[in-house]
Design a protein around this ligand. Structure first.
Ligand SMILES: *Cc1c(COP(=O)(O)O)cnc(C)c1O
Length: 452
């Protein structure tokens, strides 16, 4: 007969430190509530590990909590260095705003005459500032600004074509990304899509044959994010505007004016882009475009064109749903004023776009000379944001050979630098890096090169 031994149950979890003790060992920055969550999560993980018999030290719990805190800090929305060479990188916030736009946004962030007329003391409209200036900048009668271009399309269709037909070429039934597909938007806006032509060719006659009493609009969608070559034909705005129905152009990206009068030296790679002014001149009733992709401004959507149509859209309930806030409107106003000044070279988008190879190479050489093993390399930047598909912008970067590209990119990301991995190297394309960030790129790459 065995002896029944009663073993006292010792709960190893009793040894866990308190949340307060872990908190006291964490760096004091960052909101208390976030630090508590990290401490609790580390303690929970420790409890799980101890329940399987593992021994967990106090230091290990603190280290885990600290890792969680660092991850939480990295996850906060904040600035990064864009060393990808993608100018309008949607995941990195598209266009960087310049000092003027930032000052305007900050200045209007308090009380502002958003919907108030200072001359009469009466109620105004939030479309009177940026909207009207943008219209002036592209030769249109009127303009308004909404949350983004997707919202501009949705509002326009809902206000002008609900329950009616909208004629679109089969070659322009595009997906912009992020679930923005022309047929879906059309359905959501309550408009009936009438497809005409074929994928590669649509002529004026195709549109003409589809026009009926229930036709509200002819919609022309800029093939901004892909390119069709070969046996292709589309019908331009000038021809479409002879059909007797308002022509709405969803431009998305492109140029405010295809002659870029605001640039003293137009980059040679910038060719044949759709111009808002040219669409208006050719008879478009409305042109819709992105504040960031087309202007280099904040996220916003612009609607410019006939005053009666803009007024109808502004009155529609959806315009209220997707209206832009005062900071966006102030930044858009600033950007519109910059274009109207005739010199847009102060906008970061145009600074990046027009930086010469010689300037970029000089910066690359300076950075490379400060870091052992770092080489200057030719790169190909791109417009991004779905703009100028297939077009490479000649550029220059610095490259470092590393054993583990993914690990090196992660280290750069921990320093909030987003770079590229290419053939066993990390590459920082300097076209999208502000020159004021060069030293940070250099010192982070130096740390990386010393570790490899
Ligand atoms: C980018 C784009 C949109 C969507 O614009 P957002 O500003 O991203 O909402 C719509 N239409 C076209 C043609 C575009 O290129």
């Amino acid at each position: 007969m065995g002896v029944l031994r009663i073993v006292p149950l010792v709960d190893p979890r009793r040894g866990l430190p308190s949340v307060e003790r872990v908190l006291a060992a964490l760096p004091p920055d960052l909101a208390h509530g976030v630090r508590v969550r990290c401490a609790r999560a580390a303690l929970d993980a420790a409890r799980d590990r101890m329940s399987t018999g593992e021994a967990v030290t106090f230091d290990a719990v603190v280290a885990d909590a600290n890792d969680r805190l660092q991850a939480a800090v990295r996850g906060l929305l904040g600035p990064v260095v864009n060393a990808t060479g993608v100018l309008l990188h949607t995941n990195l916030g598209r266009a960087p705003l310049g000092a003027d736009a930032l000052d305007a946004a900050v200045g209007s962030a308090r009380y502002s005459n958003l919907e108030f007329r200072l001359d009469t003391g009466s109620r105004g409209s939030r479309h009177e500032h940026a909207g009207q200036l943008l219209a002036a900048a592209c030769g249109a009668e009127a303009g308004m600004v909404v949350n983004n271009n997707a919202a501009a399309v949705m509002c326009t269709l809902a206000a002008l074509a609900r329950g009616a037909d909208v004629i679109v070429s089969r070659g322009e039934l595009v997906e912009i990304g992020g679930s923005f597909r022309v047929p879906d938007i059309m359905r959501e806006a309550g408009a009936r899509l009438v497809e005409v032509g074929t994928t590669n060719r649509t002529r004026r006659g195709d549109y003409e044959a589809a026009i009926t009493d229930t036709t509200a609009l002819v919609l022309k969608v800029h093939a901004s994010n892909y390119r069709m070559v070969g046996f292709v034909e589309d019908t331009g705005v000038a021809e479409l505007s002879t059909l007797g129905k308002p022509v709405v152009v969803d431009a998305g990206s492109g140029l405010l004016d295809e002659t870029t009068p605001w640039l003293p030296h137009r980059p040679t790679w910038l060719r044949g882009e759709l111009g808002v002014r040219q669409c208006i001149d050719a008879g478009a009733a409305l042109v819709l475009f992105s504040g960031d992709k087309l202007l280099g401004g904040p996220q916003a959507g612009a609607i410019v064109g006939r005053a009666d149509l803009v007024a109808r859209i502004a009155r529609h309930p959806l315009a209220r749903v997707v209206r832009a806030d005062k900071m966006t409107l102030a930044a858009m106003q600033s950007v519109a004023l910059t274009y109207l000044s005739g010199d847009a070279t102060s906008l970061p988008l145009w600074q990046m776009a027009t930086a010469t190879i010689a300037e970029l190479r000089a910066r690359a050489e300076r950075i490379a000379s400060a870091v052992a093993g770092l080489k200057v390399c030719d790169t190909a930047a791109t417009a991004g944001g779905g703009s100028l598909p297939g077009l490479d912008i000649p550029s220059v970067g610095v490259a470092l050979d590393v054993d583990n590209v993914d690990g090196a990119l992660a280290q750069l990301r921990a320093a909030r630098i987003v770079a590229l991995g290419r053939d066993g190297r990390v590459v920082c394309d300097l076209r999208t890096v502000d020159p004021s960030e060069d030293d940070r790129v250099a010192s982070t790459l130096r740390t990386l090169s010393e570790a490899h």
